[in-house]
Design a protein around this ligand. Structure first.
Ligand code: HSE
Length: 425
């Protein structure tokens, strides 16, 4: 018999309670283990929840909850108080389950070491990809592989917004409000929009996949707030779909860990992941490509992942399998393909002057598209201003930055160039 105590009875907490109560028999039949919800702690019992528990399950204090639990489930989110709760639970020899991606991305190594020290289990499947069992896939099913790369659509809110922009030409703000009303957004939506939530998640995945610690400050993060419908459309015309992509990729014993808008070939499966769904593509040296797809947020899918951790701890008596001790070397000079849009004067020699700079930095151009019809700026000095899009072959980020810096200063270039990376499987 394992007794569970939940700290934080919000959207996910109430989903976990509902699942533990409604599927208690299913878990027992499949595993032979009795798991029982024994205590719940929350600071405000007046809030509306999707599922209500009996009053006698309410704990009076954290100490009361510790007394009544073998496994403590931290679902309050945020960093400092959550960390205190987890550490106190471990010091009291309680196993811990958490869904807290922010905390894990910043302090995962420290907490895992603490779990080892106190001989307790520490699991956090629900911190990435909601109900998708991606952490279990990486640390169990795919553990024998060297991971070439991970591509993830890890934030439902931004995927919802980009899907609405792409499919319905909807404005960014309205799509964000819709995603918030569906309960997918973070309390602070800048975490979603600016790619921070996805960065927390890819940091956790990369740490597991590459067996080491990543300093969150080394992760490159760019959100979707500057995405323009013109680029979404031009990308589509060139055969690409825009996504907020989280990437972890090993190159020459170093690791690229980044989150940014990216064009993906429209025929690839990842480009078809729409709305609030999440997907993670893993390329391992023996397994090849494996794709996991499902609901990345919401009360019930997230509860499914939390309870899988509780069962895991009960099955293995809490032995944790993860080691984050090695420090991973991060490479910031990405090697990938690029979409670059310049707003240029439509006159003799413009294309040549731009391509000269690309050649100077050893960047090979894959295709060029100039739109005669789209004139953002009216006639000026007898010439039209038109968008000129260049797709490169694979190139180094530092070379591309230098080339863009130089091209930006040409008199024929009229606006700040737009750069969107292009990721291929
Ligand atoms: N804000 C997150 C999302 C919730 O939109 O995917 C799940 O972590």
């Amino acid at each position: 018999m394992y007794r569970v105590g939940i700290v934080g009875y919000g959207t996910v907490g109430s989903g976990v309670a509902e699942l533990l109560i409604k599927n208690k028999d299913v878990i027992k039949e499949k595993t032979g283990i009795d798991i029982s919800l024994n205590a719940v702690l929350d600071k405000d019992w007046t809030r509306e929840r999707p599922f209500n528990i009996d009053d006698n399950l309410r704990a009076n204090s954290f100490e009361d909850l510790l007394d009544k639990s073998d496994i403590v489930v931290e679902l309050i989110g945020g960093v400092n108080i959550a960390k205190d709760i987890i550490e106190k639970a471990m010091e009291n020899k309680k196993h811990v389950v958490s869904a807290n991606k922010h905390l894990l991305a910043l302090h995962g190594k420290e907490l895992i070491e603490k779990a080892y020290k106190y001989g307790v289990g520490f699991e956090f499947e629900a911190s990435v990809g909601g109900g998708i069992p991606i952490i279990k896939a990486l640390k169990e099913g795919l553990v024998a592989n060297r991971i070439n790369y991970i591509h993830g659509i890890l934030n439902g809110t931004t995927n919802y917004i980009l899907t609405r922009m792409l499919d319905d030409g909807m404005d960014f703000d309205i799509a964000l409000k819709e995603a918030q009303s569906l309960g997918y957004a973070e309390q602070d939506p800048t975490f979603d929009i600016e790619g921070i939530d996805a960065a927390h998640k890819i940091t956790i995945l990369a740490s597991i996949a590459y067996g080491g610690h990543i300093n969150f400050k080394d992760v490159y993060i760019e959100g979707i707030s500057n995405i323009n419908l013109l680029d979404v459309e031009l990308g589509r015309e060139l055969g690409y779909t825009i996504k907020l992509l989280a990437v972890a990729k090993s190159t020459n014993n170093e690791l690229e860990v980044r989150v940014h808008p990216a064009f993906i070939k429209s025929q690839e499966q990842m480009s078809k992941v729409s709305g609030v769904y999440n997907a993670i593509l893993i390329d391992g040296d023996f397994v090849g490509k494996t794709l996991l797809y499902g609901k990345g947020a919401g009360s019930k899918p997230t509860a499914s992942a939390v309870v899988s951790d509780i069962v895991d701890i009960a099955k293995h008596s809490g032995r944790s399998f993860l080691a984050f001790n090695k420090s991973l070397k991060i490479n910031k000079n990405f090697y990938t393909r690029y979409y670059i849009r310049f707003e240029v004067e439509d006159k003799i020699g413009v294309l040549a002057s731009i391509t000269n700079v690309f050649a100077k930095y050893g960047i090979s151009i894959a295709s060029v598209l100039q739109k005669e019809m789209v004139c953002k700026v009216a006639k000026k000095e007898n010439s039209l201003i038109v968008p000129l899009v260049i797709l490169t072959h694979k190139a180094y980020e530092l070379d591309v930055s230098k080339a863009i810096e130089e091209i930006k200063n040409l008199s024929v270039v009229k606006e700040k160039p737009v750069l969107i990376r292009l990721e291929e499987e």
